[in-house]
Design a protein. Sequence first.
Length: 84
Amino acid sequence: MVAKDQIDIELLRLELQIQIKKSGSKNIYTARARYNLGRALWLSNKPLETTQTVGEFDAVISFMTQREPNHQILSETETWLWKS
């Protein structure tokens, strides 16, 4: 199970890198990719990954607050961040 979780995290990291190259870091799809990665990192229940989760969620919140303040990703991200 741990190996599968690690593979999922690596795939989400790759998806984020592709999305950043494709659309840039200031894009709603990049924010969604960051959210998905952050959520997977959080669910891994490891200290380092939890720290990385906060970083990813901070980036999502910063972008979404400025560009899409009423979008569901923002409220979901804030909810997950408050859990950490």
